[in-house]
Each structure stands twice: as C-alpha cells, then as structure tokens.
Ligand binder design. Structure first.
Ligand SMILES: NC(=O)c1ccc[n+]([C@@H]2O[C@H](COP(=O)([O-])OP(=O)(O)OC[C@H]3O[C@@H](n4cnc5c(N)ncnc54)[C@H](O)[C@@H]3O)[C@@H](O)[C@H]2O)c1
Length: 355
C-alpha cells in the first residue's frame, strides 16, 4: 500500500482526498497548503495529516503526490516532486504556457518518472462507451466531432479563475474536450491546424474571454469543433423540488458530443443523461439513418457515467501500487496542451495555426 500527499487542499483537493480515502491501495494521506493555518485547518476538516512541502519531498516513504493547487503552481510542484522521486498525478492544465508544459515533460523524461495529467474523461463510462463503439468500427471512419458546451458562470468574481487572462479558459476547462476530440481520432488522424475565435466578452468581471469557437482540421481531413458559452444558462440555486440535471436540461445548459462517421453517428448528452447511436443504411432512394442504441442512466449513476475524478484516482493509485505506467502518458497530455495553446495563439493573432 502507498502513502499519498495531496498538494492543494481546495475544493478539488477534497475530491482527491476522498478518492485516496476510498482506495484499497492507499495506507496514509498527507496534505499541503502554503499557509500553515489553512493547511492545519483543511487537514483537520479532511481528516488527513498536514506536512510542509519540504517534509513531503524529503520523506521517501511517501511514494506519490496529487497536485491539485491553482494552475500556476502545477509545474513547479510537479517538477520538484518528480526530482524527489515521487510518482505524480497532476491536475490539468499541464502548465500555464506551452514552454512550461514542455519543461515538465522534459523533467519527467529525464528522470524516467511517473506522470499522469488529470484528463479524467478517459475514465468516464459515457465517453468510454463512445470510444468502444468507434474502435469496434460501428460508425465507420470518424469525420467530425462536434462538441457544444453551454453553461452558467462558474468562475466567481475575484478568484484565481476569474483573474486568468486571455484565453485562460481553453487550457483551464476546455482542455478536457479538446483532449476528448484527440482521443476519438487517436490511431486515425492527428490535429493538423486550429482556428479559434471569440466574441467580445459578456461577463464584465472576468479578465479572460468567456466564449470560444474552436475549429480543428485533422491530418487526413477529419474535423472537430468546440463551441463554448459561459452565461447562456440559469444558475442552479438548489431547487428542493428538482434534481440538478433535470432542471439544467431545460434551462439553457448543454454538454453534448456528436461524433459523425461514415457509417453512423454517436451522441452523448450529459444533461439528458443519454448516449445514442444512429446507423446508416443505403436504400434505393438514398441514405437512411436510424437510432439503434439508446443508453440512459440515473442520477445515482452520474459518478460512474461522467463525474469521474474518483474513478481516475482509484485507478492511478492502483497503477502506482503495482508499479505500472500511467494509462494516459504525459506525452499524450502534452499534445492536448499543444492544441490548447495553439487555439489561444489563433485567437490572439486571428490566424490559422499549423501544428
Ligand atoms: N479535472 C477536473 O475536472 C477539475 C475540476 C476542478 C478543478 N480542477 C483543477 O484542480 C485545481 C484546483 O482547483 P480547485 O477548484 O480546487 O481550486 P481552489 O481554489 O478551490 O483550490 C486551490 C488550492 O490550491 C492552493 N494553492 C495555491 N498555491 C499552492 C501551492 N503552491 N501549493 C499548494 N497549494 C497551493 C490554494 O490555497 C487553494 O486551497 C486546478 O488546477 C483546477 O484546474 C480540475
């Protein structure tokens, strides 16, 4: 069994701690926050042992660290941990610039360390089913992956998130979905160029842009689009008479992924809790298309189908305990970061960026 230290004990840090507490592979959990009083307070709340960063890095019995600090701290912490011989699970983004992400990848390669970046959608049953259908050839060759993500504002005023500048949101949040698009084309095509635009921002207290339309052209002609708006849906105020997703499905929220292939189409729809597949057939008069699979799930199954940080972490602790390599190599996560920063560069320059 392994000892794990969680660096960053904010909201997501608590989720990492809960996953470690649920893992049969973890014997002890430590926590670190830079401010001593906050460190002790959060450690008490989360029922873990507070330590300083120096203590964590020096203790050889702590094999693994989870980095769940604000984004600017990811790479300095991950490099220090790798150089101290720790295995590292680091939240996305892999760095706040491409140079930083490259620096982290170089460090990992030089010390032949274990580094997995938290692109947890790979562990979501919803997105895994779609990947399995693609790999089984059920929709033929993928030609278009279109993602729409419309939501309410979730970067509150005066936080490190709302203070992020430029196209910060792309690597902070949309990286999950660009990563998904790369995953669905994996083994078939690679991103070749990206063009992204953003309309004037609407949320006045953001330092960063609040809407993005990202178009990717892949090496063999396939395309992907990601359309994101962060103010089109009602804020959820914990209506006691309505379950959260049931309300959000009707109030402007949308998180759907439509994958078109040469033999059919797949769609995931988070707010309607469903995954569907259409199959093409050719009749004399032309193309027919019909739904052949329709999977739905219940609120109790949300964690399994799409909130999957816990599933990711449980698996990574198992990998570390068994001495196995990451499921998703850091080299692959780096390619997603390359795409994120190219989209940002495109918005800044107004040009198509070739990868
Ligand atoms: N994978 C996902 O779906 C997902 C979801 C939410 C957040 N995240 C990521 O998790 C990270 C944390 O997000 P959050 O929502 O918990 O934010 P948060 O603001 O609630 O917590 C961040 C914590 O990091 C601490 N911190 C700052 N600098 C630090 C340092 N040098 N060392 C250690 N701790 C430090 C802060 O004091 C704070 O407690 C972010 O990188 C975010 O992108 C990922």
């Amino acid at each position: 069994m392994i000892k794990v230290a969680v660096l960053g004990l904010g909201q997501m840090g608590a989720t990492h701690v809960e996953a470690a507490q649920a893992s049969p592979y973890v014997s002890q959990i430590y926590g670190y926050e830079p401010d001593e009083a906050r460190r002790n307070e959060r450690a008490a709340e989360l029922k873990i042992t507070p330590l300083t960063l120096e203590e964590i890095l020096a203790d050889e019995s702590i094999q693994m660290v989870d980095i769940v600090a604000s984004n600017d701290a990811h790479v300095p912490l991950a490099k220090a941990a790798l150089l101290a011989g720790k295995k590292v699970l680091c939240e996305k983004p892999m760095g706040v610039t491409l140079a930083e992400a490259q620096d982290l990848l170089n460090t990992k390669q030089k010390c032949n360390g274990f580094l997995q970046i938290g692109f947890e959608l790979h562990y979501s049953r919803m997105y895994q089913i779609m990947k399995e259908w693609i790999d089984a050839g059920l929709i033929g060759r993928v030609v278009n992956v279109a993602i729409r993500y419309y939501c309410s504002e979730f970067h509150r005023a005066n936080t490190w998130r709302s203070k992020g500048t430029g196209s910060f949101l792309i690597s902070e949040k949309l990286s999950h979905y660009l990563d998904l698009q790369r995953w669905y084309y994996a083994g078939q095509e690679k991103p070749a160029s990206v063009y992204s635009i953003s309309a004037p921002k609407v949320v006045s207290y953001f330092n960063h842009r609040d809407n993005h339309q990202i178009s990717i052209k892949f090496s063999e002609g396939g395309i992907a689009t990601l359309n994101f708006i962060m103010y089109s849906a009602s804020r959820y105020h914990k209506d006691p008479l309505q379950e959260m997703l049931a309300q959000q499905a009707q109030d402007g929220h949308c998180l759907s992924c439509l994958i078109c292939g040469t033999k059919g189409v797949i769609e995931s729809d988070v707010f309607n809790r469903r995954i569907r597949r259409w199959q093409f057939s050719m009749v004399e008069s032309g193309l027919e298309n019909q739904i052949v699979e329709n999977i739905s799930f219940t609120p109790e199954e949300d964690n399994y189908y799409f909130h999957c940080v816990k599933e990711q972490n449980l698996r990574v602790y198992e990998l570390v305990d068994k001495g196995l390599p990451p499921d998703v190599p850091a080299e692959d996560a780096f390619e997603t970061m390359r795409l994120c920063f190219a989209a940002e560069q495109s918005e800044d320059s107004g040009e198509i960026i070739r990868l």
